[in-house]
Design a protein around this ligand. Sequence first.
Ligand code: CMC
Length: 427
Amino acid sequence: MSKQATLTIGDKDFPLNILVGTENEHAIDISTLRKESQYITFDDGYGNTGSCESDITFIDGDKGILRYRGFDISELAEKSNFLESCLLLFNGELPSSSEIDNFKTKVFSHSSLPSSVEEIIKTMSGNTHPMGVLSAALQALGGCFPHLSTNTRPADIESFEEAASLIVAAIPSIAAKTFRSSKSENTPSANNAFSYCENFLHMMFGNESAESIDPAVSNALDLIFLLHADHEQNCSTSTCRMIASGGANAFASLSGAVSALWGPLHGGANMAVIKMLNEIHSAGDDGSQFIQSAKEGKSRLMGFGHRVYRNYDPRAKILKSACDQALEALGVESPILDIARNLESSALQDEYFIARKLYPNVDFYSGIILQAMGFPTDMFTVLFALGRAPGWLSHWKEIATNGKRIHRPRQIYQGSTHRPYVALSDR
Ligand code: CMC
């Protein structure tokens, strides 16, 4: 017999089922509690709430483990690449070489944007943040492919492969178009002779041949995308699932996820880290004054801390060494890298950070690499979105295929009780 928990409220007992995950995580299933007891549970910020069962990504935050579909992130970082990891996330298994070839062909066939999407990007890119442009462009892209964005579940599931390869192809094109339009420059056409990351660098920076792109740069970019590809129920992925639970298509769900990612506590942290490091640098601080102000609650050490990891974020560990290699290959001296290293070593020895189990997260080093590659700071979160797109798509697919109910949390109302309306003249 499976284990049960019992909740006692007053003199009544309520038996609750216990769910056990494949990695032996235990959860109390409270889905029938309200019906039986009139009570709901309260968990501000969802820190202790399992919102779904999922078989995509596993994180053990205490041990610093991250696995996509069972495969350890460090092994994928060493042996796989971004496009292969997309297929792993979408389908649950490592793809065969013909599946990879087929996917690449599909992705490359979609790298030119429809002209109406290009127009929207051009119009917005002067005064809208690139994340706002990306969110709007994804909606517009869905509009150009109505057969892939029907908001009819069976049809949208049927066309998932097509929609997913279109989105994976389109985000780099949208990013490059946004960047080039903001400088009133034309965007070079996609070049199918390049790899996925080479092509992105070519559209961004105009490299004419694969030889003109340092493999250290395109490999580091591919690694950054792979490391960001999924991270279970984070803010943007939960947003994507929430939107999808209402029956919305993948384009609309990803557009919302992009908005959720934008904030500085989530994906926007990679921009905030560079801003913080530059401010520390211009203030002539080696990082020690900043650490003090973070401890006093006057500032936040961006790129540090994580809701789930109470240990070193395994992605940060990989990126730290990639950062050293990429900067060496690019021949870039980065004064802010020294500050980052100082901040890290001081924080890791400081009682405040030790007691709260605050370690560097994925955003701590990624911005330094992207800056050295020549990406402007306000494009960093777009690159995070590019990397995270396969994760969002996989979660969209999971909920579209298995989701049973619309997501709809409850609340504890703490506002005014009933009161009569007061006429304007009497206020
Ligand atoms: N600097 C200084 N203090 C911190 C930091 C930080 N970066 N992060 C957490 N704390 C303190 C916080 O003040 C609190 O202290 P106390 O217990 O004295 O009130 C304690 O640590 C627990 O923090 P919390 O705010 O309850 O933690 P959370 O799980 O709600 O927030 C977080 C997680 C990532 C939003 C937060 O650590 C943070 O703001 N970090 C900086 C922003 C950042 O780097 N975000 C990227 C996250 S990783 C990529 C992604 O998922 O997008």
